[in-house]
Design a protein. Structure first.
Length: 66
């Protein structure tokens, strides 16, 4: 799960191919879900409601942020 997917982290070449960059907050998960520990920091502007309610990230929360 990327957890910081935003236009600023997408690189586009001359042919229109998009590549995602900045994997500093990425977490590898087995069940498509990551629960952050208490006190963890995350980009509030781009976080979906379930992150605030349950501290839970998923591939769906990456889509929300983009």
């Amino acid at each position: 799960i990327h957890r910081d997917l935003a236009a600023r982290n997408c690189l586009v070449n001359d042919l229109g191919v998009v590549k995602v960059s900045d994997f500093g907050m990425t977490r590898y998960v087995l069940d498509d879900q990551y629960t952050s520990s208490s006190g963890a920091k995350f980009p509030v502007k781009w976080c979906p409601p379930e992150v605030f309610n349950y501290s839970r990230f998923s591939s769906k929360s990456d889509v929300w942020s983009y």
